[in-house]
Design a protein around this ligand. Structure first.
Ligand SMILES: [Fe+2]
Length: 216
């Protein structure tokens, strides 16, 4: 674990969730809470429950995070994955299509960034799986979930400054969705997800800074 978490004062937001979580640990409420979690899962179209094991019946996931929290974390991670994938594709697109006097520097810089981003996508998707949900993995799902407008493609050479501007905006959008997912994971004491998201935040904030510097 690369992250050390300082003691956090109870905030109005986290207090409510923590209290709800501790109340729900009472045995008599456990079944009702699991039922509520299952209802939430069925009512949410963002994430899909992972298939049950083929043999051994329905072996309930019990990693110390409630079903409701796992569902909420997986939902935010799915949105984060969609943003991260869309930014990855846009960065790779611009690696291919960049032109102009900055070609060498940007062609190389974009390659460094999309290569690193590609590796991280796997970690995000597999964390969603570990929480018991299917990871989105189609363009249709990513387009539905992402907050980043897709680059439609140009018939003429694109301005390199416009590309860099789009990537600054895209990296910042990824940071915002990471923070939203981090907030939910923090409330549920899901340290592995927090650790993953903090690493991604550090990287995407750095990319946003490096790209923004090209425009100054
Ligand atoms: Fe290439």
């Amino acid at each position: 674990m690369s992250k050390s978490k300082p003691a956090k004062p109870a905030t109005k937001k986290s207090t409510g969730r923590k209290q709800a979580a501790s109340r729900s640990t009472a045995p008599q409420e456990s079944q009702a809470r699991q039922q509520a979690g299952a209802e939430a899962v069925r009512g949410d179209s963002t994430v899909t429950p992972a298939a049950s094991p083929a043999e051994g019946g329905s072996l309930t996931i019990d990693i110390g995070i409630s079903a409701e929290d796992r569902q909420q974390i997986a939902t935010e991670l799915s949105r984060f994955l969609a943003d991260a994938y869309t930014l990855y594709l846009k960065t790779h697109n611009f690696h291919w299509n960049v032109t102009g006097p900055m070609f060498n520097a940007l062609h190389t810089m974009f390659e460094t960034q999309y290569t690193e981003q590609w590796g991280a996508l796997d970690d995000i998707a597999e964390r969603i799986r570990a929480l018991g949900y299917n990871a989105p993995g189609s363009y249709a799902e990513f387009m539905r979930l992402t907050s980043i407008p897709e680059e439609p493609g140009a018939t003429e050479a694109m301005d390199w400054r416009g590309m860099v501007r789009q990537l600054v905006i895209g990296n910042e959008a990824v940071c915002r969705s990471a923070r939203k997912a981090l907030d939910v994971a923090d409330d549920a004491d899901d340290e592995p997800t927090e650790d993953l998201l903090i690493q991604r935040l550090q990287t995407h904030e750095k990319y946003a800074w490096m790209l923004r510097s090209l425009l100054q």
